[in-house]
Design a protein around this ligand. Sequence first.
Ligand SMILES: [Zn+2]
Length: 313
Amino acid sequence: MAVNKPYNNGQWTQARFKGFIVSQLRSATTRWGPKQKVIQNARVSRGLYKCEGCGKVGPPTLPPEKGKSRRIKNIVADHKHPIVTSAGFVSYDEWIDRCFVELDGFQALCHKCHTEKSLGENAGRATTKTLKQENEREYNSWKSMRARCTHSHHHAYHRYGGRGIEICPEWEEFSEFLKDMGGRPLLHTLDRVDVNLGYSKGNCRWATHREQANNRSDNTLIEVGGVSKTLSQWSTDLGIPTSTICGRLSRGDSVEKALDKSRARRTKPPTLDYEEIYRGHLSGLSNEVIAANLGCHKDTVRKIIATKRRSKL
Ligand SMILES: [Zn+2]
């Protein structure tokens, strides 16, 4: 059976399909010879059956519970070995082997005994539901990963399943995915290291959005001296703002020149102390001398003095 095949025209996941088949098989067991035989063997007299658990004799059905209309089945053909063990679902073959057992694999139990037995078995089993609930963030990642790859109606399907991105067979089970990937750190999402390969233990990691953005399949890579990085990665590594690199490239600079860290930035003019300039002016210093001391132009000094004088009037 193909593992990553989308079922029912892409509307069903494999898990849903699996559940569908298993429930069909389970209802088929009502017509299974040994299962019918064990009930016949439990019959003591007309309308009375003996429970192999408590040894009591009772009718085949009991009156319905309060508020319900269906009578309760009292004598049940029970599997001595549970079909679903604590290890969970293994394979179709094993499931069928466990479900369709011979007469010695069945026992007739009354409703009370059967309920007690089932409750005991279920208590020891970590169900898929609790695993989902306990690892909600990881489960959501797993679920969306499957949706992107297997649901042809998913909005991003063309970038995943649509271009051949597959999920490894082991990760059909959420528990396996969780075991391989571990907990998902805050602000991290599921990321593939090689964007052209599928989802598997070797190709996946939890990554921040920034790490992921650098890894997108539609990113343009800038190559310098044999090293390819995205614009954002070059910017972080060299300490040059992305806007500066973009600006340089759009002005027609070569890639090497655009990523040249040593290129002088436009220096910011020094902040001038207007009060000091004015005091210098009052003490009789010429504009040229003040300008030379402060490292600015004499016209700047002249303008500042003019403004100051106006404000003092
Ligand atoms: Zn009983």
